[in-house]
Design a protein around this ligand. Sequence first.
Ligand SMILES: [Fe+2]
Ligand SMILES: [Fe+2]
Length: 193
Amino acid sequence: MTNNKKPAHPQLIKSLQKAYSAEKAAAFAYQGHAAAVKDPEEKKAIRQIEIDEWNHRHEVLQIMQRYDIPVSKFYEARFHIIGKMISFSCHVIGWFMPFYFAGRLESGNVCEYFLMKQYFNSLGIREYDKLLYDMGMKEKDHEVYFLDKIKTNKLLPFFEKLFSWGKKQSFNNIDLDKKYPVEESDPYCKIKQ
Ligand SMILES: [Fe+2]
Ligand SMILES: [Fe+2]
């Protein structure tokens, strides 16, 4: 396959590079999280989420390679350290916090992929719509999984007030019960033009 020209969209290039490295941080973090929980069902679910993040990293890299977008050494180093630190911290901060902060992080990640879709679309490129939609939706599944684990926990109202994420607040406007198909998904994470 021939390479395409680098897209004239600095924000898009940056968000691809960042997502590629941040997915590694997430995967590392979930390695620590899965190792720290005792419940075998939780271990299995978190391990699956780790695999999802490695898959995302692979998909993002493939897009980058088609446009000759280099991997950022800076992001790779930074997110490597962040991921390893979170991974370690999962063993010392108890049960609740890793679930809470994972859910909060996933909530923000959802729009990263819907924004990339909008950036590509602004260049007239629609071939990644389905892929980016699916990746955004997968992050939403992750958010919902983590929220589900803690939604009745007595610490949640306090954390929600402090960190603006929880049962009532999310960083995206996606409702899995009323899901728009990919062709009608433009209102998701809409940016002002
Ligand atoms: Fe991901
Ligand atoms: Fe995720």
